[in-house]
Design a protein around this ligand. Structure first.
Ligand SMILES: [Cu+2]
Length: 628
């Protein structure tokens, strides 16, 4: 049987388009904002008959407020459901590709905008405008129900110049992309434009390339140790992982399991980054609205980079293409979007024994499944790691160009001067991992485990005692937790019905980095819109409709959706089919070293087996450096 969870094929995307067109839902002005698999839920997958193959389609009209969330059956070639979206309640569908250039074009003929540029002695032809999601603000009256993007401007003196080096501060414009009008131009006064260029790709500016680096070659003469089958199931050293890709979430890994004692043991049914947000911390009136939900507002998957061998990935690489829909609803191949490779990861275990005279070392390896995406000024790499010892990790790499401002005394508490007169406002990159857990089955329970000292007294006369305090999170209201590095806090996802040889419940442990959560005030607009980012951990009862951490529709949505709404039901999560959601991220105080292009900053989390195996599962890894 073909995999019911496989990505939509190019043929299926074409069929979805034909069904939607046949149903009369598509005019010349209709755009396919998103087309993706409407995944069969757990109950459907468990049923004896094969689940219905469905797609979900977001349709937007570029000339009217009509927006639809459509479900299509590929089996019956029919529209199953149409949800008409109400912009005043649901907000707007994600930002379109074609809107990226639109804001700049609308502004180029606006008298107020031209006057503001004139006052700064700037030629409009040399001014680039970043098309930025608007958010929802009480002090922007009249925007409700309309499709708004805000624009911040940069000077580009020549076509190869990186405009980020030359922010035109004190100026912002709000545009209505549906009515193609400029709502407001706010000019708080001329601020000197930083002049030093930031062209990291120009040898005349950065100097000649160093010649001291000698080649590193990674060779695997017998090829990698993994295989990928026709359904994109990767098999590697016990691991089984189905690799999927979605225009919104990017990489989606499904049915992650480990073959142990000849038996495939499930661990995670589905893992993805269900949302991410980049809130900025500068209260300047021209940019205090800056918050980008790169996943829900821009759809990071569709901007996946074509990866290049020798640059993005080194060694023996397997690339997979991804297929998404373009804005006309036609299939579009993203070549080399996904990279698979196996890498050496230092020492796995080692011991030289004083008594037994043994001296053994084994090397760690990991399987890496990754993709890179570019959203505006930033580039993000998402690297899932699977190790020989059963550990799962996600490392997110943030690189690219920091968003910039003019560096002024007012900005000083909220930005770093990264080049003369050039500021980089403080901001956060907060990610939400959705982990549909199936540790040896669907019935899972989460325990919070802290280490805590024991008071000196009877039974602890020397005061050396400390213990692990376990608290079972029994309901959704109890499962909205913050990381606590000082307590070594972890969350153990266990299966109470399955025990290891020691009688302990089998478990995987989520180990957070414990960086800052959302720093914006709880009463702020962004705190309502990014409620997920106010907690490190959420656990919810599985519901196939609960897919996205900030809700289905994010762009200009007033907030309250996603995790806070899902968890409001306060369902029982003890020994149930549960989903674990983890917020993690970077709080970025830019450095001069982050300019003019930022060395990769890293964040992520790990999931580690705890009593999942009966003992160290890597005793059979051969020594001597290389097998054979
Ligand atoms: Cu950053």
């Amino acid at each position: 049987m073909t995999d019911p969870l496989r990505d939509l094929s190019a043929d299926e995307i074409a069929a979805v388009r034909a069904v939607v067109v046949g149903a009369g839902l598509v005019a010349d002005t209709t755009r396919f904002v998103y087309v993706g698999l409407d995944e069969p839920g757990h109950a459907e997958l468990a049923a004896p008959e094969a689940p219905e193959r469905r797609a979900r389609v977001y349709l937007h009209d570029v000339t009217s407020p009509a927006a639809r969330d459509v479900t299509v059956s590929l089996a019956s070639r029919a529209v199953l459901r149409i949800r008409e979206l109400d912009a005043t309640v649901d907000g707007q569908l994600p930002v379109l590709d074609e809107e990226f250039a639109l804001v700049e074009r609308l502004l180029a003929t606006d008298p107020d905008w031209l006057a503001a540029l004139e006052a700064r002695k700037l030629d409009v032809a040399e001014v680039r405008v970043a098309p930025l999601s608007a958010g929802v603000y009480d002090d922007c009256p009249g925007e409700e129900g309309r499709r708004i993007l805000r624009g911040l401007a940069f000077h580009q003196p020549h076509p190869r110049d990186h405009p980020w080096a030359h922010p035109i501060d004190g100026l912002v414009a709000y545009a209505d992309t549906l009515n193609r009008t400029v709502d407001r131009v706010i000019d708080t006064g001329t601020v000197p434009i930083p002049e030093e260029p930031g062209n990291f790709d120009n040898p005349d500016e950065v100097g000649p390339a160093r010649t001291s680096l000698r080649p590193i070659e990674i060779t695997q003469p017998e090829g990698p140790s993994f295989t990928v089958d026709a359904d994109r199931v990767v098999s590697w050293e016990g691991w089984r992982i189905s690799v999927g890709f979605d225009a919104r979430e990017g990489l989606v890994l499904r049915r992650i399991g480990f073959v142990d004692g000849g038996r495939l043991r499930p661990i995670i049914h589905r893992a993805s980054i269900a949302e991410m947000v980049v809130p900025y911390g500068d209260p300047s009136p021209v940019r205090s609205w800056q918050n980008y939900f790169d996943t829900g507002e821009y759809l990071i998957g569709r901007f996946a980079n074509p990866l290049e061998h020798g640059c993005d990935c080194l060694g023996e690489i397997t690339y997979l293409d991804a297929v998404i829909a373009d804005e006309a609803g036609n299939p579009k191949v993203l070549p080399n979007a996904i990279c698979l490779h196996e890498e050496d990861h230092g020492v796995l275990w080692k011991h030289s024994d004083f008594w037994a005279g043994s001296a053994e070392t084994r090397r760690q390896r990991r399987l890496v499944i990754s993709f890179f995406t570019t959203v505006g000024n930033y580039d993000y790499g998402f690297y899932w790691h699977f190790s020989l010892d059963g550990e799962i990790g996600l490392e997110v790499k943030a690189t690219g160009v920091v968003f910039t401002s003019a560096y002024t005394p007012d900005a000083a508490p909220y930005a770093t001067e990264v080049a003369p007169g050039l500021g980089a406002p403080y901001h956060q990159h907060l990610f939400s991992a959705r982990l549909d857990m199936t540790v040896d089955g669907r019935a899972n329970t989460v325990d919070e485990v802290d280490v805590e000292p024991v008071a000196l007294g009877p039974g602890n006369e020397r005061g050396n005692a400390f213990r692990a305090a376990r608290t079972t999170l029994r309901r959704e209201s109890e499962a909205q937790r913050r990381a606590d590095g000082a307590a070594g806090r972890v969350w153990r996802i266990r299966n109470a019905d399955v025990r290891n040889r020691l009688g302990q419940p089998v478990a995987y442990e989520l180990r957070p980095e414990g960086g800052p959560l959302l720093l914006a005030d709880p009463a702020s607009s962004i705190a309502a819109r990014a409620g997920f980012a106010t907690r490190s951990l959420w656990v919810t009862r599985y519901d196939p409709a609960e897919r996205y951490s900030a809700g289905d529709f994010i762009n200009q949505h007033a907030g309250g959706g996603g995790l806070p709404a899902y968890a409001a039901a306060d369902r029982d999560i003890d020994g149930q089919d549960i989903v674990v959601w983890h917020t993690f991220g970077l709080t970025h105080l830019p450095r001069p070293e982050d300019w003019p292009v930022m060395p990769v900053g890293r964040t992520g989390f790990t999931l580690r087996p705890v009593g999942f195996f009966d003992r160290n599962p890597t005793l059979d890894v051969p020594g001597g450096g290389q097998p054979g």
